[in-house]
Design a protein around this ligand. Structure first.
Ligand code: 9QG
Length: 155
């Protein structure tokens, strides 16, 4: 059934970017994160990040770094950061985001993968490299405007 920020148990409106905040109660299979935003006309890239804590020194482990890139050949790069080291990038040479256009991104949490949909269409899945129960922090950075982030519990 259709999901919107109206279903969210917790909503963050118009966060200042870069934004980092807690994921209330952590992440569990069946849960959904909705990000509504707009890509600025001059965007080169932005990042949506799910991490284990919010430390910057040392950098906290990143379960999902999801990075749409508009320069050169358009793509979406996903990766994880473990003990301050990037792993192998998973790059999709397809970009459903448009400079200057609004978007809705949905991250569906599954036991084995994150599934990401953009504007109502599945885009990619990313196998967990870090146990889900360690993920407790959500960040957005780079060239993007975010109108709302919603955390939707399992029904
Ligand atoms: O470039 O790629 C993802 O594999 C790196 C980027 C890095 C990530 C990484 O420099 O940039 O996108 O969090 C970061 O450090 C971001 C901003 C091989």
């Amino acid at each position: 059934s259709p999901m919107s920020v109206a279903n969210a148990k917790h909503t963050v409106l118009n966060p200042v970017i870069p934004y980092t905040g807690p994921i209330p109660g952590g992440l569990h299979p069946g849960e959904i994160i909705i990000i509504q935003g707009t890509v600025p006309p001059d965007a080169d890239r932005f990042q949506i990040v799910l991490s284990s804590g919010c430390s910057t020194k040392p950098r906290s482990d990143v379960a999902l770094h999801f990075s749409p890139r508009f320069k050169g050949s358009p793509c979406v790069v996903c990766n994880s950061l473990l003990q301050e080291n990037w792993g192998k990038e998973e790059t999709l040479h397809q970009l459903p985001y448009k400079r200057g256009a609004p978007f809705e991104t949905i991250i569906l949490v599954h036991e084995d993968v994150f599934k990401v949909a953009v504007n109502g269409t599945h885009l990619l899945q990313y196998k967990h490299r870090i146990p889900l129960n360690r993920v407790d922090t959500f960040s957005v950075s780079g060239k993007v405007k975010v109108h709302a982030v919603g955390y939707i519990p399992t029904s």
